[in-house]
Design a protein around this ligand. Structure first.
Ligand code: 4GM
Length: 248
């Protein structure tokens, strides 16, 4: 996967992309990330990239020409490459969107700043708009990092052979089951017996039930679309009949 990122603040990406799993993915050639400074595409001697909005009002708007030329230069002639603007007005980023984007060999991410970008950039250069959630940030850089992280760990080989991203909680439409490691007793809190039983079938069944229980308690909205068996739907109906739910 090759990702180009257009930003006014390339150095903001230094930390997250050069540590841990994303660092190793790049060293192993599974991921390449190129940062491009939008200011390099400014056309005047002051390297201006923003201007006051027509119609007045506060704030600044990112100018159409530097951003459009930057996208055209970075993307090249291949019109099939997604060019994604990070904006609070985009479609909301979910695990499903991450899986969709992870299928592409190349992506271009465009980080806006100020009050937004000139509307004509969207029409001439952007193919998709994504929001990481219903809140406003000072720029698209943090959303771009979130997207790079979520997509990278879906690339085969990035997490290593023993880890299957398909089994991630949100990939299954459920929250994750509870995790434990040593010691078996901490203060008065014990590890459930089944996890120490060595019975893998029983462990899988317990984890699946706990994932459903936790999802029902914390995020019941997810259960509308979760892929549950008939037996699991019965289990859910039982949970829903309990008057005082046990915090999961
Ligand atoms: C307006 C237009 C993304 C503001 C484009 C960007 C939040 C998100 C910005 C922009 C952003 C989000 C910059 N704030 N919720 N601010 O994903 O890039």
């Amino acid at each position: 996967m090759h990702i180009d990122i257009l930003t006014l603040f390339p150095s903001m990406f230094d930390g997250p992309l050069t540590e841990s799993i994303l660092k190793r993915a790049q060293e192993n050639g599974l991921l390449t990330i190129h940062l491009h400074n939008i200011r390099d595409y400014a056309t005047d001697k002051h390297h201006t990239v923003d201007d006051t909005p027509y119609g007045g009002g506060g704030g600044m708007v990112m100018m159409v020409e530097p951003l459009t030329v930057a996208v055209e230069d970075v993307r090249g002639p291949d019109a099939g490459i997604p060019v994604i603007l990070l904006t609070p007005q985009g479609r909301v980023f979910t695990q499903q969107v991450a899986q969709e984007l992870a299928q592409y060999p190349r992506l271009v991410l465009v980080c806006g700043r100020y009050e937004g970008v000139d509307e004509r950039v969207r029409r001439s250069a952007i193919t998709d708009e994504i929001s990481i959630g219903d809140y406003v940030l000072t720029g698209g850089e943090l959303p771009a990092m979130v997207i790079v992280d979520a997509i990278s760990r879906l690339i085969p080989g990035v997490l290593g052979a023993r880890w299957a991203a398909e089994e991630d909680s949100h990939a299954m439409g459920l929250l994750e089951y509870p995790h434990y490691t040593r010691p078996p007793v901490f203060r008065d809190m014990v590890v459930p017996d089944v996890l120490q039983s060595g019975d893998h079938g029983a462990v899988d069944a317990w984890r699946r039930r706990e994932a459903i229980r936790r999802t029902w308690y914390r995020r019941p909205d997810l259960l509308v679309t979760a892929d549950l068996s008939d037996g699991e739907r019965w289990y859910l109906a039982d949970l829903a009949e309990t008057d005082a739910p046990v915090p999961a």
